[in-house]
Design a protein around this ligand. Structure first.
Ligand code: FMN
Length: 399
């Protein structure tokens, strides 16, 4: 497929979407036991780190869309979650067009020191035009957004790793700047990790050249190979960052005792979809993939059903019994996925259930895969888990 060497020794990593935006991750009137406020999220973060999740991703949203009328700001919310946890790394989404890279670099260094090296960013180039236009900010055309994003990431990395950093470009000019303190010196990373969300050709190219992690909307196995190829081709041609990019994929998880129950739940989500909100969202996302020259990118061919989960999470098909889901997850590992970004209907219960029922099977299958490849799964890299009876839903809120 590619000359990408699949890393069978490193355990897959798991993240969840922080529900800092109201309404849940599906635009449907089906019951969703979730909450966008902090108390719920604090407890969820503790459940997640005990269940074996290494990361949480906080979205950035300033204006209501797809029926989600309330949102907490991502960087401050992430910082609060870092303060409430011990091992979880919290990735905050940020838009280059809304921040100066120097201000963000400084903010994240402080967050990194406050959290013992657990702060990370997800650089998102944006698709919701109204947020920019109605703030009076410049709205760049699709591919131009990625020109700015690349400069932004280069500036972040430069300011995090060099003294007297300078950069001159189309969007940012930085002269002889030193940020003191620097980020913490943590083994295994050169600086706070830089994730990058996007699907289009321009997104893949920019991520390949600059990001530590390429994050994608939900995709089936075969189509995701194209994304991997695109990112790696760009990395080969013009990568400035030292290590090869790694791959994270979104998936909406519906784990139930039987496949039928899981599929029935999916059908119910779709049947109860909030049509006007999904259609409004479908119109807004035309600023993304469909607006590109080659028509490729996020939501380029998403159906109404796909858009009910606004990051195409059903397409990854993490829907079925724990065994089926674990098997599917390891199929993705075989093509080069390193991390799963997961969403749920009922976050606290299902994150805990995922850790208890799905992850142990994933780890067994990963160990088998490593052995078949003549090596071992590196269990030293597995996150610490705490049995659910100890971390449990009832105690998590009172630590
Ligand atoms: C995992 C992931 C997370 C994202 N998070 C956000 C977000 O929090 N806020 C936002 O405005 N866009 C977010 N995006 C959207 C991207 O910024 C970008 O607009 C989108 O991928 C469309 O770009 P494309 O047409 O280049 O694929 C996210 C994308 C991905 C894949």
């Amino acid at each position: 497929m590619t000359d990408h060497t699949i890393d069978v020794e490193t355990p897959l990593k798991f993240a969840y979407w922080v529900p800092n935006v109201s309404g849940g991750l599906v635009v449907s009137t089906i019951e969703q036991r979730t909450n966008w406020e902090f108390e719920y999220n604090r407890k969820l973060a503790r459940i997640a780190e005990d269940a074996g999740f290494e990361y949480a991703l906080t979205q950035t949203r300033y204006a209501a869309s797809y029926g989600a009328d309330k949102q907490h700001e991502a960087t401050s919310f992430s910082l609060a979650l870092l303060g409430a946890t011990e091992r979880l790394k919290v990735i905050s989404a940020v838009h280059p067009g809304m921040w100066h890279p120097g201000v963000l670099a400084k903010f994240i260094i402080t967050a990194d020191h406050l959290s013992g090296g657990r702060a990370a960013v997800n650089i998102v180039s944006g698709w919701l035009k109204d947020e920019f236009v109605n703030f009076g900010l410049e709205w760049l055309e699709h591919d131009e957004r990625y020109v700015r994003t690349e400069e932004f990431i280069n500036a972040l990395r430069g300011l995090w790793t060099q003294q007297g950093y300078s950069q001159s470009g189309k969007y940012y000019n930085i002269k002889d700047f030193t940020l003191n303190p620097a980020p913490l010196d943590i083994p295994g990373r050169a600086h706070p990790e830089i994730f990058f969300g996007g699907n289009s050709t321009a997104a893949q190219a920019a991520a390949g050249r600059t990001a530590d992690w390429y994050f994608s909307n939900g995709r089936d196995l075969e189509p995701f190979k194209d994304n991997i190829r695109g990112v790696l081709a760009a990395a080969q041609d013009g990568r400035k960052a030292p290590q090869a990019p790694r791959f994270g994929l979104n998936g909406f998880v519906i784990a139930r005792d039987t496949e039928k129950e899981a599929q029935d739940t999916l059908r119910e989500i779709i049947a109860k979809a909030h049509k006007p909100a999904v259609e409004g969202f479908a119109a807004a996302v035309k600023e993304a993939g469909q607006s590109t020259k080659d028509g490729k990118g996020m939501w380029e061919d998403s159906t109404f059903e796909d858009l009910v989960q606004y990051n195409d999470g059903f397409r990854t098909k993490l829907i079925g019994t724990p065994e089926q889901i674990a098997t599917r997850i390891v199929e993705y590992k075989k093509i080069g996925v390193n991390l799963f970004l997961t969403g749920y209907l009922h976050f606290q219960e299902e994150v805990e259930q995922f850790g208890r029922e799905v992850l142990p099977i994933v780890r067994e299958l990963e160990a088998d895969l490593a052995r078949k490849n003549g090596t071992e799964l590196n269990t030293d890299l597995l996150p610490i888990t705490v049995p659910s009876s100890a971390s449990g839903l009832e105690t998590a809120g009172v630590r």
